[in-house]
Design a protein around this ligand. Structure first.
Ligand code: GLY
Length: 195
């Protein structure tokens, strides 16, 4: 965003830009991942198993002493996907959204369902309208569940932070947890869930 007039680059053009900017192309496939993929190929089922993570999405929201908010979302995406599949993490408003005037939200879980509800944008807009981060997370997860009758078959979790430093989280299924780190404490919190 700082070096081009664009917000998002993809495919061959993104690769060419990265190489131009001095990044090196690397093969990130480990022996263990290759073995797991070959085992998956035996059945080739495109079906997530709840709480058996087949993605490595990590979301982060931070606020400093001035009340400035930052967010990050990093992932290699869902494992065993079709070639060309785009998940929620790189799509601003789906996997991650931050408005420094209001707050931020970040999602993990099955990206297709997060994209359909533009869930992190929804949570931030709800906070803009006066919802607490906890209420905003619940509204976003409720929306995802309303939109998909198969919500019992997949997991989505969301965390949110507002300008006052208040936090919230919610998930479809239990066992979604997140770390809360402040000057005073560093704790792992089990999120509330709909089921
Ligand atoms: N949330 C990560 C993905 O679905 O790609």
């Amino acid at each position: 965003m700082e070096d081009t007039p664009h917000v998002m680059m993809a495919g061959e053009g993104a690769l060419a830009l990265a190489l131009d900017m001095g990044m090196e192309k690397e093969n990130l496939l480990t022996e263990d991942s290759e073995k797991a993929w070959k085992k998956w190929l035996e059945k080739s089922q495109y079906k997530p198993i709840i709480n058996i993570e087949n993605h490595d999405t990590i979301g982060l929201l931070a606020i400093d002493d001035n009340g400035d908010i930052a967010g990050a979302c990093t992932t290699s995406g869902l494992a065993y996907k079709m070639n060309g599949r785009v998940g929620d993490s790189p799509i601003i408003g789906s996997g991650l959204y931050v408005d420094n005037a209001v707050g931020g939200a970040v999602c993990t879980g099955l990206g297709e369902e997060v994209i359909k509800s533009v869930a992190s944008f929804l949570a931030v807009e709800k906070m803009r309208d006066g919802a607490s981060p906890q209420e905003a997370c619940q509204i976003a997860i409720d929306r995802i569940m309303e939109k998909s009758p198969h919500y019992k078959d997949f997991q989505v979790g969301i965390i949110a932070l507002n300008k006052s430093g208040e936090i919230g989280s919610y998930a479809i299924h239990p066992y979604f947890n997140y770390a809360h780190h402040t000057v005073q404490e560093n704790v792992l919190i089990d999120s509330k869930s709909a089921l």
